[in-house]
Ligand binder design. Structure first.
Ligand SMILES: Cc1cc2nc3c(=O)[nH]c(=O)nc-3n(C[C@H](O)[C@H](O)[C@H](O)COP(=O)(O)O)c2cc1C
Length: 184
């Protein structure tokens, strides 16, 4: 287990080929086993490939052009995160009205589910990165609206997935748990 956790990497370069339906379903199934408070199973998955992904491209382009009107090169390079990704899965978490604690717990559960998907992706020979910023559009309303999520859902992750076109063998230096732990 430790080896799998150490090897997991954020993969951002993908081959053009599409992902088999069976593998996508395995990713989604892996997510459903995540721990979650009171079995609310607060996740929902929006799967985009082909035409729907093209639509997301348009939404992201509009967002970037508005945000960086004087930086066309930045817009173009940022767009590659979507245009060169064969599969995007947006994961949302249920908002529990009037219960901030439960809403937070739902976010934690969905984050766990995303981590399960990340490890599952690697086990299936796929690469993945969890995006929130920029074209990830997690902190903006545009993607929420585009996918048709309800007001009772919040976006947690835009997962860019594909067959890896890069191999990252170096381990990113991590601070030892020793410095992050207080033994009480
Ligand atoms: C909540 C969350 C949000 C992230 N958002 C982005 C993002 O917007 N863009 C991006 O390129 N990577 C994003 N990442 C990936 C991190 O940059 C990456 O996990 C980190 O650099 C550590 O590298 P590793 O995953 O290869 O260990 C995000 C990761 C997490 C957990």
């Amino acid at each position: 287990m430790l080896e799998a956790l150490q090897k997991r990497r954020a993969i951002r370069q993908f081959e053009e080929r599409s992902i088999e339906r069976e593998k996508i379903e395995q990713l989604l199934e892996a997510a459903t086993f995540a721990p979650n408070d009171r079995m609310r199973e607060p996740w929902h998955f929006y799967v985009m490939q082909g035409e729907s992904l093209k639509g997301y491209e348009k939404v992201a382009l509009q967002f970037l052009e508005q945000r960086f009107p004087t930086k066309p090169h930045l817009v173009a390079s940022s767009m590659e995160a979507i245009t060169k990704t064969p599969l995007v899965i947006v994961v949302t978490s249920a908002i529990v009205e009037g219960d901030e604690g439960a809403t937070k717990d739902n976010t934690f559960a969905v984050s766990s589910a995303i981590m399960s998907m990340w490890l599952m992706a690697e086990a299936l020979g796929l690469g993945m990165v969890w995006r929130t910023r920029g074209v990830g559009l997690v902190h903006d309303t545009a993607l929420h609206t585009y996918i048709g999520a309800t007001e009772q859902e919040q976006l947690i992750g835009t997962l860019c997935i594909g067959y890896p076109a890069e191999e990252i063998t170096s381990t990113k230096k991590r601070t030892s748990f020793v410095e992050k732990t207080t033994w009480l």
